[in-house]
Each structure stands twice: as structure tokens, then as C-alpha cells.
Design a protein around this ligand. Structure first.
Ligand code: APR
Ligand code: PHB
Length: 405
């Protein structure tokens, strides 16, 4: 028997960006939620991930009063560069083609801002919640059980949001005969480093026969760089000197000569994966963020997709709970998945365009080269890439789903 019994309107599993943002938006709309996070706050805040926000993500943060530090410390960008050995460089000009800009601001900072916002509003984030179990999710009275400090708890709720990332339990709660999954694993990883040196002024994605490289940034004095590496590689194989040498070899000379090197403060290897689980709803359980989908980091869509899921899900829950209008929530999975697949598509294509695939034959290599040449020549391609890179606007659901009268 659980020792402690509590109740909330929305139980949120996972206190990463998706779960915290959902909790914040619900609270702004007068809806009560509890976030159950398996790890400590310090652990969650130590995770380093991508740091590029789409225009809609930036707007969402501003709309919900979460943008003060982002607008102060983040860096607005009108686009990013692509370089390719032997060809002209190309600027993905989001400002020119879409009138919109993006924001370089680390996910670690965002998560910190979200934690602070929840704390200021007296929000409940329960860290080190173990053995989370979702119960009766297809009934009208779902609940969640968990343990903390060896005590067991039961949380009754009206809805459950599965925001517990790729390895979470929420997706696994959906029966296998209902859940469809789509997956692509890539035959390489990204070796990333953080270094306290001034970054290049722009983000630069580089294709080179030695492999992909990316120059990114976190702040005026903090650089983030990546290189494509074999999946079998380990960080032990990569001294700082070896990393910088390899990175510099993959950029055009005029770019490479501007890179300022220094000791790394973090170094890690991440595999690349595309993954989608459908549907994103099962009874009263709704998945959002990495719990439902993974993109390869090329294009930095991961956090932005979490934000768009949360936008649609919060709107559905607010309409249902506050206005008794169910149709937005009923269409959550369908509407969220349209944007998910668009981001999967652009992430996959940018990955294809910019990496050396070990199994690539000469035909594949020429098609890849031709895709880059098309981008240099075709304004239609340039506009399309800029629109996808800057991110689609959120769909106005009322225009898609007729409101019952
Ligand atoms: N019970 C409770 N919490 C859990 C459980 C569980 N069984 N399993 C996982 N979690 C927690 C993790 O510890 C993590 O803090 O859920 C959280 C999920 O957070 P993220 O993995 O950051 O996923 P999400 O919030 O969807 O954010 C998406 O983060 O993973 C990156 O690239 C991704 O940028 C994207 C963004
Ligand atoms: C990052 O800064 O970590 C980053 C930026 C752009 C990407 C991927 C990662 O496409």
C-alpha cells in the first residue's frame, strides 16, 4: 500500500525541457501539475545538448515570460553557413527568405530557466522519483505510482504527459500492437567538445571528405565544436590536440585559420538516430518530446520539436480542462506528428547532405554533390531550406479542426 496519496490535474513524467515547459504553460493557464523526474536537478542541468532555437521556439518562450535571460545572453542569428571542400560556401539566409531569425542559446540554460520559473511559481518538481509506473491510463481515473527515499507514493490525476525522453517508461506503457515505430540508425557519431575560447562569429556546417564538422557556440567565450567520427570510437582516442587538428582539416583554409583552440572542458560522443513512435496518445497518456521521437542533431531540431509538442499538448489540455472543448486534445497526436515528420525530414536530409557515409558508392557521392550544387544555384531550394531550418510556424489548430457549435 502506498504511504502517501496526492492528486493533481496533470501528472508529468520527466523533468527535461519538455516536462518543465509543459508544467510552466499549464500553470500560466491555472492548471495544476506535478513533474516526476528520476534524476537530481544537478544531473539534469549537467546534460549538454544542442543550442539553436527556431523562431517559433523563441516566440513561445517570450509569450510565456521565459525569455529574459535568453534575450540577454542568447545570440540572434540570421542564418548559418555550409561549406564544402572544392565549392563555394553557402549561407542559409533565414532572414532573407523567411524574415525570421534564430537564437543560439544552450539547452542547459533553457532547462535552468525553466527550473527557476517553476520554483518561483511554487511548482512541484519531484526529483529522484524512482520506479515510476503509469496505471489505468485508458480509464477516466489514471494514476501514477513511484518511490522516493524508499517511501511509496500514489499520484491521482486526470491526464498523464509522458515527457521522459527516449529511454523513459511512458512510451513503453503503450501496447506493442498499438504503437508503430520508425527508425534509422546512422553509421557514425558526433564527437563534441566544449572549450572556453571565443567561437567563430557564425555557425558553420562543413562537409569534407574526412567527414562532417560543425562550428557552434554557447557564448562570447564558450565554443562548441563537433566532428563526425566512427561509432566504434571513444573519447579516449581523442586528445584535445588531435581533435583540433582534425577539426581544422575539415574547414576551408580561411575559416580554419580563424578557429581559436584551447583546452576542452567537456568531450563526448553521441550516436545519430532518427526515430518516431505513433500515435503520441494512448487513452489519457500523451507523449511529448524525445519520449516520442529522436532526430539526428544536424539542424538542431530536438529541443524545438519538444517545444512544438508542448505547444500543441498544452493547448489541447487547456481547451479540454478549462473550456471543456475536447477536439484539440483529440487531434494532438495527428497535429504534432505533422511537424515531427517535417523535422525528421529536414534533419535526415541535412545529415545526408553533410556527412561521409562509409557505405557510400560513387553514385551516392555524386548525388550528394549534386544536391549541394542545386542549393548553390536554385533559389527555390534556398528558400525551402531556409524555411525548414528556421522552423515552421505552429499550426493554428482552429483553422484545421472545426470547432463544434
Ligand atoms: N521516470 C521519471 N523520469 C524519467 C524516467 C522515468 N522512468 N525516464 C527518464 N526520465 C527523465 C530523464 O531523467 C530526463 O530528465 O525524463 C527527462 C527527459 O528529458 P530529455 O531527455 O531532455 O527529453 P525532453 O524533455 O523531451 O527534451 C528534448 O532534449 O534530449 C534532448 O535532443 C533532445 O533537445 C531535445 C530535448
Ligand atoms: C549546437 O550548438 O550544439 C548545435 C548547433 C546546431 C546544430 C547542432 C548542434 O545543428
Amino acid at each position: 500500500m502506498p504511504h502517501h496519496h496526492a492528486r493533481t490535474q496533470v501528472a508529468i513524467i520527466g523533468g527535461g525541457p519538455a516536462g518543465l515547459l509543459l508544467s510552466h504553460i499549464l500553470n500560466e493557464n491555472g492548471i495544476d501539475s506535478v513533474v516526476l523526474e528520476r534524476r537530481t536537478k544537478a544531473y539534469v542541468l549537467s546534460r549538454i545538448r544542442a543550442g539553436l532555437l527556431e523562431a517559433s521556439t523563441v516566440q513561445l518562450f517570450r509569450d510565456y515570460g521565459l525569455a529574459e535571460r535568453m534575450d540577454r545572453n542568447g545570440k540572434s542569428k540570421d542564418g548559418s553557413w555550409i561549406t564544402r571542400q572544392g565549392f563555394d560556401s553557402y549561407f542559409i539566409d533565414t532572414h532573407k527568405w523567411t524574415g525570421k531569425s534564430m537564437m543560439v542559446y544552450g539547452q542547459t540554460e533553457i532547462t535552468e530557466d525553466l527550473y527557476n520559473a517553476r520554483e518561483q511559481a511554487g511548482g512541484q518538481v519531484i526529483n529522484e522519483a524512482e520506479d515510476v509506473n503509469l496505471c489505468d491510463v485508458t480509464s477516466d481515473t489514471p494514476f501514477v505510482t513511484y518511490t522516493k527515499d524508499d517511501k511509496s507514493y500514489r499520484l491521482d490525476c486526470d491526464y498523464i504527459a509522458g515527457c521522459d525522453g527516449f529511454h523513459g517508461i511512458s512510451r513503453k506503457t503503450i501496447p506493442a500492437d498499438i504503437l508503430r515505430t520508425y527508425e534509422r540508425a546512422y553509421p557514425f557519431g558526433w564527437l563534441g567538445i566544449m572549450a572556453e575560447v571565443p567561437p567563430l562569429p557564425d555557425l558553420i556546417y562543413a562537409y569534407h571528405e574526412r567527414g562532417f564538422a560543425l562550428a557552434s557556440q554557447r557564448s562570447r567565450l564558450l565554443s562548441r565544436y563537433y566532428i563526425q567520427c566512427p561509432l566504434t570510437d571513444t573519447v579516449m582516442n581523442w586528445s584535445d590536440d588531435r581533435f583540433w587538428e582534425e577539426l581544422i582539416a575539415r574547414f576551408p583554409k580561411e575559416v580554419a585559420s580563424e578557429i581559436i583552440t584551447g583546452p576542452s572542458i567537456e568531450k563526448s560522443i553521441a550516436p545519430l538516430r532518427s526515430f518516431v513512435a505513433e500515435p503520441m496518445q494512448y487513452g489519457r497518456l500523451f507523449l511529448a518530446g524525445d519520449a516520442a521521437h529522436i532526430v539526428p542533431p544536424t539542424g538542431a531540431k530536438g529541443l524545438n520539436l519538444a517545444a512544438s509538442d508542448v505547444f500543441y499538448l498544452s493547448r489541447g489540455l487547456v481547451e479540454q480542462i478549462n473550456n471543456n472543448r475536447p477536439h484539440h486534445l483529440q487531434h494532438y497526436s495527428e497535429v504534432a506528428l505533422r511537424r515531427v515528420w517535417s523535422s525528421e525530414n529536414i534533419s535526415w536530409r541535412m545529415t545526408q547532405l553533410l556527412h561521409v557515409f562509409p557505405n557510400m558508392d560513387r553514385f551516392d557521392a555524386r548525388i550528394q554533390q549534386n544536391n549541394y550544387e542545386l542549393l548553390l544555384q536554385s533559389e527555390a531550394q534556398q528558400q525551402a531550406l531556409a524555411e525548414e531550418y528556421v522552423g515552421a510556424p505552429f499550426e493554428q489548430l482552429d483553422a484545421l479542426v472545426p470547432t463544434p457549435v
